[in-house]
Design a protein around this ligand. Sequence first.
Ligand code: C2E
Ligand code: MG
Ligand code: MG
Length: 586
Amino acid sequence: MKKILIIEDDKIVMASARDLLEAEGYEVFTAENGRRGIELARQIIPDLIICDVMMPEIDGHGVLMALREFPETNAVPFIFLTAKADKSDIRQGMKLGADDYLTKPYTRMDLLDAISSRLAKQNALNQRFNNQIQQVEARLNYALYYDSVTGLPNRLVFRDQFLKALPVKPPPDWIIAVVYLSLDRYNQISNSLGSNYATLLLKAVAARLKETLGDNASISRLQADEFALVLSGSSASLNIAQICQTVLEKLALPYNLDQLEVYTTASMGIGCNPESGSEPEKLLDNARISMLHTRQLGGNNFEFYKPEKFTPSMEQVKLESSLRHALERNELEIYYQPQVSIRHGNIVGAEALLRWIHPEKGFISPVTFIPLAEETGLIHEIGDWVLKMACSKVKSWQKAGLPPLRIAVNVSSHQIYHPNFLTKVSRIVQESGLPLENLELELTESALLHEIDTANSVLTQLRSVGVQVAIDDFGTGFSSLSYLKQFPFDTLKIDRLFVQNIGQDPESSAITLATIQMAHSLNLKVIAEGVETESELGFLRDHGCEEIQGYYFSHPLPAVEFEKLLASNKRLEDLSIVVKSSRVNG
Ligand code: C2E
Ligand code: MG
Ligand code: MG
């Protein structure tokens, strides 16, 4: 029922208005003066006020002015009753914000019409206001719970998604898994290509995730390039590993971002209920630990969280401290792997590959300890040592009259951005007596992309003193060769991953072929890494690749053995003859 407040000092007028309105079904309140009217209005918040203008103490205008001051009453429709239809009086009332005027005496219809049209107008206003509120609320909700870049729900929604995926009474074989997904090398992409491309990439990744997962998972974007997936179902029907594998494959396909072809891969960690916890946040934390671990191992993979795997970080701490002593205790050793000219068949170079022979643990792979050396800053000392030892060794072979050799040394991104890098390299090599022309430094593309300008200038200066530069592991990064060509370098090393699949996987063959052709058009020399079979060599030879390196010709060897190999003048064709003659004999 609509509430109407009548403020009127004339008792007769008041009574007749009240009776009339009550008979029409309104709930009527009355006040006999302005002060009481203001009090009552604030108390009951009427839907409409009818107020006499001429009253002792506070007149109608005073009442209106007072009520417009209070937020609870400032929008209540207000109709004046006046005995004299004085125009200036009316104008003043309207200026104060009155909605209508009725002159006394008024007819029943006058009063009812004025009231109902006011109330209808107010209704429409309220409706519009409510709609606006709803829209603002929806926008606010969106801003609070959705990510504006990808349109995916954000971190705040993750918990809800998790709870929704867990039935109130889950069947005994119900699994719920949280996957923490992060793009490998996203920061480098963002730093090198700029934020516009990074945003485009995130959008494209989100779209691919949605398309790939469909109804099988709920997705949220946690931050930057990190996403959470919630998967649930009965253990018989839910194959988490398979879903993750599909996601990896889909995300690794090329992205066409505004004419630029970009590659990226992802690392995923998986926490399952209840093994990795039952609280969504705990599961997410554990999934993240696994994601970081799988990324450390090279990324483009997924891993289930296993508590026993991560608790003894004591191991890590011990390894770190023993790495500090590895140099002084002579536990590091350099192995040499020959690089062979396909056309001439002879050894033209060697790659220095570091080995750690730990007194208790035995052989530790550089894949494990180089990242540790980078984290701890030991990479500088270790890197200098490798350069010094490798150059001196090659110099000593030259002095001994062995065939000339180019020596390839791996350098990590931490080294090239060090301000003294160039002077240090020149000094170390010169002290060894080896001409700078005999040195090739191997860098991965990701190392170049941290700070493009610095990398460019370091590379330019290295080449100006005669040092050659090779891009290592080409094909495993995200950028295309047309993007990399902005850097000055001499050699492209095609990653083992592609070489391995030549002949079996048409895509790898096509990529290898295209890489060789493109490299040649840029005047780059190509070395294929990880060549293990004669058929791989055949493919590379047929397509004009210059050099190979791999177990097919020789494993990496300790210095003494490499020296013997070099002295033996072993050649590629010796191998084919062995293979052919063994075939003939067999
Ligand atoms: P990389 O520079 O790409 O080295 C090639 C890796 O492939 C070496 O692994 C080598 O042993 C392996 N390899 C060579 N031929 C074959 C083959 O036919 N089949 C297979 N399956 N593998 C082959 P390694 O020695 O374990 O080194 C791993 C990585 O560690 C290197 O990759 C390099 O990035 C890094 N590394 C090694 N020594 C140093 C160093 O002195 N400094 C720095 N910063 N990194 C180093
Ligand atoms: Mg290398
Ligand atoms: Mg490599």
